[in-house]
Ligand binder design. Structure first.
Ligand code: FES
Length: 292
């Protein structure tokens, strides 16, 4: 069960891993995710399923090795097993025929937006992708995005590939020149907030996929709570997709930063590492409760 079938290094610290998980491959829908526990005692990490192959029974996961747990996952060799994978989790993305849909992603968000682009295109929409990266070397999944969208625009912060600048520069130009029926954004909180501010000026419906820290991923711990309009919702069960114009990004930023210290603590390399059985999950859970 959960045997790793293939591994690929996509960029510096970004890997794609294909895992045998036939029951998930059969049921997963765009926008949903799985919770991966690489080794016994590890915390769980939520990862979007980028592709599912029902014939081979595999799911493809793309992730950045930024902490101890993602490094454990990245180190498991081909033909060895992942301790556990739970899913599909979350609410599927709302895929409808809208007309022109602009899908925007930065960084690892490109992996999350890819299945959304494919689904909107399959539903008969004209899909325009805007993908941003710091440099050409860190740009992810360009070829796959070109195949999945009718057209794509690329921005790099340093101008090393296509347009110099950020994704919102390209979006700003686009919404001045043409009708856009829906915008979908996945990336940093700053980027998603900037996209929502832009689209609000033109009343373009906008959806975002929020990625707060998750602990159990099943709606029980409250770590992933987000403020949507006047409601407090859970990203792991009510999301991760939400109406971008209703998201309280100030609250979201506070929630995301609430775990920063703990992540940094986990990632320290000069200090003795905690044993695998240290209750990391419990500490994350407490932090989620204590910090608003
Ligand atoms: Fe969503 Fe626990 S991670 S409630």
């Amino acid at each position: 069960m959960f045997v790793i079938k293939n591994k690929q290094i996509l960029a510096n610290d970004i890997k794609r891993i294909d895992v045998h998980a036939p029951h998930i491959a059969k049921k997963i829908q765009p926008g949903q995710f799985v919770s991966v526990c690489p080794q016994e005692g590890d915390e769980r990490i939520p990862l979007t399923v980028v592709e599912a192959d029902q014939i081979k029974g595999t799911i493809a996961l793309i992730f950045q090795e930024i902490g101890e747990t993602t490094k454990h996952f990245g180190a498991i060799p081909i033909n060895e097993s992942v301790f556990s994978i739970l899913g599909p989790l979350g609410t599927p993305a709302k895929i409808e025929k809208k007309g022109t849909v602009v899908c925007i992603a930065t960084g690892i968000g490109a992996a999350q937006i890819l299945p959304i682009c494919r689904a909107f295109r399959k539903a008969g929409n004209k899909v325009i992708g805007i993908v941003g990266a710091k440099t050409k070397r860190t740009l992810l999944l360009e070829a796959q995005m070109r195949l999945s969208c009718n057209k794509i625009f690329i921005t790099t912060n340093d101008g090393s590939w296509e347009r110099r600048g950020v994704v919102t520069d390209a979006l700003k130009d686009m919404i001045q020149k043409q009708e856009v029926d829906l915008v979908y954004a996945i990336g940093s909180a700053e980027m998603m907030q900037a996209v929502c501010l832009l689209t609000q000026t033109k009343n373009i419906p906008t959806r975002v996929a929020l990625n707060p820290m998750m602990v159990d991923c099943m709606g029980m711990c409250g770590s992933c709570r987000v403020k949507i309009g006047e409601e407090i919702l859970l990203a792991c069960v009510d999301g991760p997709e939400f109406d971008g114009h209703k998201v309280d990004f100030n609250h979201f930023n506070i929630r995301v930063n609430a775990f920063k210290g703990i992540e940094e603590w986990h990632n320290r390399s000069s200090q003795p590492n905690p044993k695998n059985d240290e209750p990391k999950t419990f500490r994350k859970f407490l932090s989620g409760i204590l910090r608003e």
